[in-house]
Ligand binder design. Structure first.
Ligand SMILES: Cc1cc2nc3c(=O)[nH]c(=O)nc-3n(C[C@H](O)[C@H](O)[C@H](O)COP(=O)(O)OP(=O)(O)OC[C@H]3O[C@@H](n4cnc5c(N)ncnc54)[C@H](O)[C@@H]3O)c2cc1C
Length: 428
């Protein structure tokens, strides 16, 4: 086991910190090590439903948008596997999520600065950071926290979680035996949609007897993946967003939610076509139910199964109960616990439950300016919705790498759109 002093210790090795690990790999002058508590690399493995695809361009891999010649690019992966031509000829409109997962696992496996089965339990500071894992201690000048998110269900459901009531993050393990059952899927985002599609697509003899899809949203809304909307996922917009007042940032995140949390058009179309087939060709409309605009307010044991109380969002006096045998909560994820930072937490500024970050994605704290706590995927309120998805991973990791290297790389060209009124107007 290495006992060492690092230039940077990384906590977590999901796509965000893997991107930084890839950028740092060739910098022998910047010793770094990234710890992940999982026994080996996984990326939402229990949600790798057949047909699930990446919701962003494949150029948004770990490195390409910032460092296209980096050896950890998706293109390098294809090349090393000898499947470049096959990938081209497959003509994917969007890349299978399982292939992207395999690429990430390849990048993690190839990088010997990434270690698994090591949980960071505590980080203290005394001129340098002391990072304590379940297996060793290291010291580091800087740390990068990239612990991502954890599954979330409403509090009233938590006591009941188990084999027949579970979060979608356990879907593939728990959904094998739903033949002849009444199943509810709660959640109107991409995960809920993929789950509903998977369940209704099973052959009638093997599938559930009834699948109901419940969502708070008024209907099943698409992801806005159009051209100008994608400009919200560009570096210059992230920097523009960052300097807006807090109230405005909150307002924009709420208004733009479907640019990140909506359902892919292809998934919606597949669901609609499957419903057409079931109702009009198979003549089995009794096999599904669609209940948007409903909030699940309680869940109770029934005999057998579960009883859900639903309040209609437009007709508030209408509360109905639905009885099911199994329940899948596709209710999203929340920021993971950062309790290991407890010894430092009082020294870091906060805003609305987030650590406040400077423009390099480092926490604003009372420690020395050359000792930094970088935070990835932890600033949705300050950096907007792209902070939690793959879009700006390479750029954000590039900015952190730049600071570690004492340089500032040229930014990509800005959007066609003038985001700010502060810019000069008129022909440029
Ligand atoms: C099913 C699904 C599909 C998605 N698909 C897309 C998509 O197509 N496009 C897109 O842009 N976004 C997508 N996202 C959103 C986002 O890109 C992913 O959630 C992504 O995994 C976030 O990366 P991350 O590195 O921030 O966090 P995570 O992937 O959550 O990784 C964090 C890591 O930190 C580790 N960890 C936590 N605490 C500790 C600790 N104390 N010590 C050591 N290790 C620790 C965890 O084990 C974990 O491996 C998807 C999300 C889900 C749930």
């Amino acid at each position: 086991m290495r006992a060492e002093h690092l230039r940077l210790a990384g906590i977590g090795a999901g796509p965000a910190n893997l991107s930084l690990a890839a950028m740092l790999y060739d910098h022998a002058e910047l010793p770094n090590l990234f710890f992940d508590r999982k026994p080996h690399f996984r990326w939402h493995d229990d949600q790798l439903i057949t047909g699930a695809t990446l919701q962003v361009s494949i150029f948004k891999d770990l490195v390409s948008l910032s460092d296209p010649t980096n050896q950890f690019s998706f293109l390098s992966y294809l090349h090393e596997q000898g499947r470049l031509y096959h990938f081209l000829n497959a003509q994917f409109t969007s890349v299978p999520r399982s292939e992207f997962r395999n690429y990430l696992a390849w990048a993690a496996g190839k990088n010997d600065n990434v270690v698994f089965s090591e949980t960071v339990e505590c980080v203290e500071f005394d001129r340098v950071f002391r990072v304590v894992t379940n297996r060793r201690e290291v010291t580091a000048d800087n740390i990068a926290v990239g612990v991502g998110t954890v599954p979330w269900v409403p509090g009233f459901a938590q006591p009941y979680l188990g084999p027949t009531q579970f979060h979608v993050s356990e879907y593939l393990s728990r959904s094998k035996d739903l033949r002849g059952k009444r199943v509810a899927v709660v959640g109107g985002g991409q995960s809920g949609a993929e789950t509903f599609l998977d369940l209704i697509s099973r052959p009638a003899s093997e599938g559930p007897a009834w699948v109901v899809w419940i969502s708070k949203r008024r209907s099943y809304f698409p992801l806005d993946d159009s051209t100008f909307t994608n400009d919200f996922y560009m570096p210059d917009y992230s920097d523009y967003f960052y300097q807006l007042p807090e109230g405005k940032r909150t307002e924009i995140n709420a208004a733009h939610l479907l640019t990140s949390d909506g359902i892919s058009d292809s998934t919606l179309r597949a669901i609609y076509q499957e419903l057409y087939r079931i109702q009009f060709i198979e003549g089995a409309a009794h096999r599904f139910g669609l209940m948007p605009s409903r909030t699940v307010t309680a869940v109770d044991r029934a005999d057998p199964g579960w009883e859900l109380s639903l309040r209609h969002n437009d007709e508030a006096d209408q509360t109905k109960c639905v009885a099911v045998d199994a329940l899948v909560w596709a209710t999203g994820f929340r920021p993971a616990d950062k309790g290991f930072l407890a010894p430092l937490a009082g020294r870091i500024e906060t805003e609305n439950g987030e650590f406040r970050l400077d423009e390099d994605f480092a926490a604003i704290w009372d420690g020395p300016p050359d000792r930094r706590i970088f935070l990835q995927n932890a600033a949705r309120g300050q950096r907007g919705l792209p902070d939690v998805n793959l879009s700006l991973n390479a750029w954000r990791a590039g900015r952190i790498t730049d600071w570690l290297c004492g340089r500032r790389s040229a930014e990509p060209l800005t959007s066609f759109i003038d985001w700010s009124a502060k810019n000069a107007w008129g022909p440029q």
